[in-house]
Design a protein around this ligand. Structure first.
Ligand SMILES: NC(=O)C1=CN([C@@H]2O[C@H](COP(=O)(O)OP(=O)(O)OC[C@H]3O[C@@H](n4cnc5c(N)ncnc54)[C@H](O)[C@@H]3O)[C@@H](O)[C@H]2O)C=CC1
Ligand SMILES: O=C(O)C(=O)COP(=O)(O)O
Length: 386
């Protein structure tokens, strides 16, 4: 029986795919797999039993990817599965930044006991007037699953859209509307856009990228949207930019003690992916990937190991090897197979940075002694015999 532990509630659309060879554990101890959304795993002690982590979502800055790789724990995410949910909220964010919808609603609530509210509203409304987004320039930083959808939707709404992504993938490039202007660096976006929305992962290289240097290049009164991660924006510099009027609105999906106290900031409680549809899509994708890894050893959409597949397991045994990406590992493995008289009927080997993964289908079951020999080899992180 394989044991799965959930650190966050995961949609039943995904959980119901687990058959009776799985149990949902109430502790991480002895778990084979963990499923989660935004819970942080950085301070957790992970059991030796843990083989896989499935992030039902895109961002993986809540998971210690490298220390997991070193323990042979494969971490998966669900690319694109919640992108439409986020796109729709970003479009709402553009409206919230342009029209004082929040201020207007607040005024109505505050005046709810006024019997003449209909008449008073007609006088009060001028305080909440705004601008239209049509014809304005939008800069999209990061043209991944979400950025492309936001760029295309904003263009459909009549905005002039500029996008920047130094690592733009071919798949995303072909999804991008031909109305979008691709620029070479973010400075071109900072210089000319009325609205800027950021859709990059939280990495050491992107942390604090929207800072004083960036704000100084922007147009006065620029509106910033952050539905990616709070640490992408330098909060102290944002507070100054809002106070000086350089930034006229900051719409963010990430409350923290600094941002909730900034006048001009409109803060949502991380709602981007909180739609029934996104929760279902992410859960189904995460569970499918975890089941395929636990049952067949196949890796799809991992963020710390390469993609690697031999399809469904049909032979007597499948040997799956997490190892360091160093010379000679595969030849040493295949020599050991040869010495033990184990015939390989199919194999695949892939690498990703410092780590690599290999799978061997063999004709006959292998002994415990053979497994121990494989485990004892240099540069081997984990051996799994299925
Ligand atoms: N508010 C919410 O609920 C959600 C937030 N997110 C956040 O949004 C981020 C993006 O999500 P997806 O679009 O699905 O991911 P993705 O991986 O499809 O796209 C990220 C894009 O950023 C690009 N990129 C990386 N560094 C860059 C840089 N310095 N400048 C410009 N582009 C750069 C990459 O090349 C990639 O195309 C996630 O990492 C996550 O932090 C994702 C889903 C929900
Ligand atoms: O997928 C992401 O990166 C998100 O930020 C969504 O997070 P959530 O699953 O809503 O906790």
């Amino acid at each position: 029986m394989k044991s799965v532990y959930c650190l966050n509630p995961i949609s039943n659309a995904g959980m119901s795919r687990f058959d009776d060879t799985y149990c949902i554990a109430d502790s991480i101890e002895n778990a084979d797999a963990v499923l989660l959304r935004s819970a942080s795993m950085h301070e957790m002690t992970l059991p030796d039993s843990l083989l896989a982590i499935g992030r039902a979502g895109a961002g993986v800055n809540n998971i210690p990817l490298d220390s997991c790789a070193k323990k042979g724990i494969v971490v998966f995410n669900t690319p694109g599965a919640n992108a439409n949910g986020v796109k729709e909220l970003v479009i709402a964010g553009l409206m919230l930044a342009s029209r004082d919808i929040a201020g207007g609603c607040h005024w109505v609530r505050e005046n709810k006991d006024d019997p003449n509210i209909a008449k008073t509203a007609e006088k009060a409304k001028k305080a909440f007037a705004g601008n239209e987004i049509k014809g304005k320039k939008l800069g999209v930083i990061g043209l991944g699953a979400i950025g492309v959808l936001v760029a295309n939707a904003a263009s459909e709404l009549g905005m002039e859209v500029f996008g920047c992504d130094p690592y733009l993938s071919i798949q995303n490039a072909v999804r991008l509307s031909h109305h979008i202007t691709i620029v070479k660096d973010n400075d071109e976006i900072y210089n000319q856009c009325d609205y800027i929305t950021i859709h990059v992962p939280a990495l050491d290289s992107t942390k604090g990228m929207l800072n004083k240097r960036a704000f100084d290049q922007m147009k006065d009164g620029v509106k910033i949207l952050n539905f990616a991660r709070d640490i992408l924006v330098n909060d102290a510099d944002m507070a100054d930019a809002l106070a000086s009027g350089k930034v006229s609105r900051y719409v963010t999906d990430f409350p923290n003690p600094a941002v909730v106290n900034m006048p001009g900031a409109l803060v949502l409680p991380h709602l981007g992916a909180s739609t029934e549809e996104s929760e279902e899509n992410c859960a189904v994708m995460a569970v499918n990937q975890i089941m395929d890894y636990l049952e067949n050893g196949n890796i799809e959409n991992s963020v710390n190991y390469p993609s690697c597949s031999l399809g469904y397991r049909k032979k007597a045994s499948r040997i799956c090897v997490c190892h360091y990406n160093r010379p000679n590992v595969i030849s040493q493995l295949t020599s050991l197979f040869g010495e033990a008289g184990v015939n390989i009927s199919d194999m695949v080997s892939k690498s990703r940075g410092e780590y690599a993964y290999a799978m061997f289908d063999v004709e006959a079951p292998v002994s415990d002694e053979f497994e121990k020999k494989l485990e004892a080899m240099e540069n081997i992180i984990r051996i799994r015999i299925l």
